[in-house]
Design a protein around this ligand. Structure first.
Ligand code: ADP
Ligand code: ZN
Length: 213
């Protein structure tokens, strides 16, 4: 079964999905991570997606469908899949519905964070190019500036965390992704969890909601 994790960029979906996967054994599927991998490897998909992602816009539904299929290929019907970053518009939600019983959406968990906090988080976020660990310029900087505590890799700002791209991403979220939540709400599938506060307390809330499904 699939559990869709949704929420605005910067809500903390990726971080929480990572923790849930590690501690509870769920399978994490992130379309953003998958696309970044394509970019890094220089695949055909990566070449097309690269500049679109840097601007903070949505990559085409056609490409996303390929990426999603590829990522779900190895998951069995009994796996609990946490889907992070998909669907981001109504057409993608319909595509997901069309995959059938083996990949059924059991619930949509929305992490809620106020807009001002999202902007502060995204603009201060720094990411390790080596292992993907995330830091925050003021809240949680690496011990040595620009160097990852975990792997020694280079810590830098993601191009799409620059202010111009952050504005685009938040706008895309309101216009395209918020209607997806409404779509699932009408099906009675939406659960809301506050994404504000201590990481561990948000984690506990999420685990509670998902565990009760
Ligand atoms: P965020 O941190 O904004 O939630 P992600 O890391 O999930 O972003 O994704 C980064 C970028 O990858 C998006 O801004 C978009 O360009 C692209 N992307 C990821 N998932 C999708 C999707 N489902 N549809 C279209 N584009 C996507
Ligand atoms: Zn690292």
């Amino acid at each position: 079964m699939i559990i869709v994790l949704t929420g605005a960029p910067g809500a903390g979906k990726g971080t929480q999905a990572e923790l849930l996967a590690k501690r509870e054994g769920y399978r994490k599927v992130s379309t953003g991570d998958a696309l970044r991998k394509h970019v890094k490897l220089g695949t055909q998909i990566g070449k097309v997606a690269h500049s679109i992602m840097e601007r903070g816009e949505l990559v085409s539904d056609e490409i996303l469908f390929k990426v999603l299929k590829e990522e779900l290929l190895t998951s069995a019907p009994e796996d609990v899949v946490l889907l992070d970053g998909y669907p981001r518009n109504i057409d993608q939600a319909r595509t997901l519905d069309s995959l059938g019983d083996a990949q059924r959406v059991k619930a949509v968990v929305q992490l809620e964070v106020p807009r001002a906090e999202l902007i502060a988080r995204l603009s201060g976020r720094r990411v390790c190019g080596g292992c993907g660990a995330t830091y925050h310029q003021t809240e949680n900087p690496p011990t040595r500036a620009g160097i990852c505590d975990k792997c020694g890799g280079t810590v830098a700002q993601r191009v799409d965390d620059r202010p111009e791209a952050v504005a685009v991403r938040l706008d895309v979220y309101v216009r395209s992704t918020a209607p997806v939540v409404q779509y699932y709400r009408e099906k009675g599938l939406v659960k809301q969890v506050s994404g504000v506060g201590e990481l561990e307390s948000i984690y506990k809330d999420l685990r509670g909601v998902i565990g009760a499904l």
